[in-house]
Design a binder for this molecule. Structure first.
Ligand code: FAD
Ligand code: SF4
Length: 477
């Protein structure tokens, strides 16, 4: 521990952000780097609490107190080694993780937690600047001769691929999109993670010997049989991208879309890639309604502002969560109102509102029929009698969750069964499916979740696959 009295003298400092008027004019990263002096002070707030609950709160088991101390002591090189020991892609989590570790930080019992995520990001940024992050291909002598396939190139697939490659297997990643990255590429907006950050990591993975085959929809080409016969082990990291829809009168009208269709198109436009989708979805000049209140909804909101929407309303059918935990939740992730930078940029948020239907002209939506909701004593959300009202709408984006992996040819061929939240079923609580040599990780296994979980599961599934291939494994669990 750097300074035993740090947490008594220094308060938490938020990460600086670009001015909101400036940032909605572009798609560049919202946050600014924290100056080194501030970082060192923030790291000194880590109080050597004895049992580091932050480390348990992080699904990767990141060695947080170690790197807080190392940053305080200016030992950045050791800090990145310690960080990479548990996290393949700290730049992804440093930018995007909601930081359950901070809710678990002992300081957060009666104070603000250590700025763990910001310190993580600074360590990896510094390491890239210094040229310390380089490709480490395995020794050719240590290649095992086994072939492993990873289906899906989101964070789970990328982590599984890197770990399997480190174990000496020859790894091929299949991706149905034209570019690698999963939701990091076609989902999460550039103002949360600019795509050169993803490209930089992919180049390193290629440099380590991993082969990427893009525009390859496994199940079609290659077929499921070809995949199984060509590879000794397969990790399915296909995500949980089947969007939940509404069944209301007027749903067939134009201008009502699943949020992911809009977000993927936006990321293509921002990258200067062709958008071949029909119809093209744009919020420019429109009255936009976003249904749903999570990450996907927030990403639609930020994009709609950057496109120049006339108005944006974000509607959630449940009640407004408390702004602060009203009961003692530490070290768990509290159920509170989450406010992201995009919410500061404009738009209106409403809670306890549900959709009853849509109306339109010439096949295009013009109005949404809404109703207020209330909670019954049993905790059910129901319509509140006599509270119906209409809202103007030119574009409606449905960001109301995901029902599990897309049921494409691959998934139906494999017939592995489904568990909770539509996720692919596994055997014995691990990552193996009932089909020997076939493993599953990330959102495909958990249902829609977080990047930190995807990386953690990619690592663990690789360990199980390595053990299956070799009879033993040295990969970390
Ligand atoms: C809009 C949005 C914003 C989010 N924001 C955040 C955030 O800020 N922070 C956070 O922690 N989490 C966020 N999440 C959640 C996070 O992105 C996911 O939990 C994470 O990406 C899951 O990783 P994955 O590798 O399991 O799947 P994905 O990232 O979904 O990748 C799956 C990949 O598999 C490919 N694929 C599927 N089937 C096949 C096939 N048959 N053949 C070949 N390829 C196939 C898909 O094309 C896709 O590229 C967000 C999610 C969404 C939808
Ligand atoms: S990955 Fe997420 S939970 Fe883990 S230390 Fe980083 S910010 Fe915290």
């Amino acid at each position: 521990m750097g300074d035993p009295r740090g947490f008594l003298k220094i308060g938490r400092k938020p990460t600086p952000k670009r001015d909101k008027v400036e940032r909605i004019q572009d798609y560049r990263y919202v946050y600014e780097p924290m100056p080194d002096g501030d970082l060192k002070e923030q790291a000194s707030r880590c109080m050597d609490c004895g049992v580091p609950f932050c480390n348990i709160g992080c699904p990767l088991g990141n060695l947080i107190p170690d790197w807080n101390d190392l940053v305080y002591k200016d030992k950045w090189r050791v800090a990145i080694d310690r960080l990479h020991a548990t996290n393949n892609f700290p730049e992804f989590t440093g930018m995007l993780c909601p930081a359950p570790c901070e809710s678990a930080c002992v300081l957060s019992i009666n104070d603000d937690p250590v700025t763990i995520k910001e310190i993580e990001l600074s360590i990896i940024n510094r390491a890239f600047e210094e040229g310390w992050v380089t490709a480490h291909p395995p020794d050719p002598e240590r290649r095992t001769g086994k072939r492993a396939a990873v289906v899906g190139s989101g964070p789970a697939g990328l982590a599984a691929a890197q770990q399997l490659n480190r174990a000496g297997h020859t790894v091929t990643v299949f991706e149905k999109d034209d570019k690698v990255g999963g939701l990091l590429r076609y989902g999460i907006p550039d103002y949360k993670i600019e795509k050169w950050v993803v490209d930089r990591r992919i180049a390193l993975l290629e440099g380590e010997g991993i082969e990427f085959r893009t525009s390859c929809h496994v199940g079609e080409d290659p077929t499921t049989e070809e995949l199984k016969s060509e590879f000794d082990a397969v990790v399915l990291a296909v995500g949980a991208l089947e969007g939940r829809d509404v069944e209301t009168p007027g749903r067939e009208l134009g201008g009502i879309h699943l949020a992911m269709d809009y977000l993927a198109q936006q990321n293509r436009r921002v990258a200067g890639l062709p958008v071949e989708a029909d119809p093209e979805i744009s919020a420019r000049g429109k009255n936009v309604i976003i249904l749903g209140g999570g990450d996907t909804s927030a990403d639609c909101l930020g994009n709609a502002h950057r496109e120049g929407a006339a108005s944006v309303q974000v509607l959630t059918h449940g009640p407004k969560p408390p702004e602060n935990p009203d009961h003692y939740t530490w070290p768990d992730w509290p159920f509170i109102l989450r406010t992201y930078p995009v919410h500061e940029e404009g738009g209106e948020r409403q809670w306890s509102v549900a959709v009853k239907g849509f109306e339109g002209e010439n096949g295009q939506v013009t109005k949404m029929n809404a109703v207020e909701t209330e909670r019954t004593p049993e905790g059910k959300t129901v319509y509140k009698e006599g509270t119906e009202f209409d809202m103007d709408a030119d574009l409606v984006l449905l960001a109301i969750g995901f029902t599990g992996p897309v049921h494409d040819r691959l998934i139906s061929d494999l017939d592995l069964g489904f568990g909770e939240r539509g996720a692919i079923a596994t055997a014995n609580g691990g990552f193996a499916t009932k089909d020997p040599g076939l493993f599953v990780a990330g959102d495909a296994k958990r249902g829609a979740s977080l990047i930190v979980w995807a990386i953690a599961e990619g690592r663990k599934s690789a360990r199980e696959a390595d053990e299956y291939l070799m009879g033993e494994t040295l990969l970390p669990g």
